[in-house]
Design a protein around this ligand. Sequence first.
Ligand SMILES: [Zn+2]
Length: 350
Amino acid sequence: MSLPDSAPSITTFRGRLRELLAREGLEGPRRDVVILAVDGIPFELALTSWRGARITPMRSVFPTTSSTAWLSSLTGLDVGSHGIPGVVFQGPGGGTLNVFQHQGPLHIPETGNIFSDANALGYRALAVMGDWEPFDCTWRDALLRHAHPVRGHRFYTAPSRAAPTELGQAVLRAVSDCLDTPSDGPRLVWCFIDADQHIHHAGYDEPLVRFLECLDDVARQLTARGALVLAHSDHGLTLTHHRPELERLMEQLQAEHDCVLGGAGRTRWFHVHPAREDRLVGALERALPSTVRVVPADTVFDAGSLALERVGRVVLIADGDEFMTFLGHRFEHGSTTQVELSVPLARWLE
Ligand SMILES: [Zn+2]
């Protein structure tokens, strides 16, 4: 099944959840609501793995990068508005920063998120930090703002890698601990599981599929206990062959044109002085494969937006399966292939 162009953006997740929470109050006693946030899961794989759920497609944002997409889902803001265009970009101080390490101002607008909505509707909002635990940074604080953070449950970033069934049990334990804590009202529990860590290296292999099937079991068990269970994802990943000569080219061009490479995965950009832009673009167009697009930033980021201010002037987007990857990754994301853009919103059937 292909993703219809009309699939709603992941920026609609916040509003849809708010409506669902508000309706709960009208239809009888309000249930606890559990949201499994599973990084890196494409729509089509969710369809075949989460058999107990009704699943609809959503369209991720560009770039299909975790920091960008999760913030869009939880706040409802598009990339131009929240101003987090990827991993490496120009910060408020002028230099480039890595958003997963940066501790300092980011000027992400405070317009509320799923947790402030839940609090306003009488829920106790809890965020199982999960695989975000190792990333102590301003971006994570902004993402989880208004939630009570719950530590002590890591899954794909745990010191030793567990088997799929053990990972599923760890998720069940984390969520159950939250549901067992005393609360005056119902709880909203959001739990982050970074399957992306596994998929980068191994792809959508048998252990990953098995884990997703275990999550289906976990969701059914939580539903049987009376909770309303949802799941969503941020992007899929696509096979990407690392071309070392492209990595060398990027290093050479940064030195030659006195510029810095930012972005992440399959979408990168050059922070280059306007006077040097034409020569840089010429060099890129001569050397890159035809499957790598070279475009001006203002054609892919909104005019006047915070995101456009923060990215480099020249953007590279990998449309094919040849580009650069980090750390031996075989699967990457960040660009606009179907598998990267098409993500699930799942609701388990009562
Ligand atoms: Zn991600």
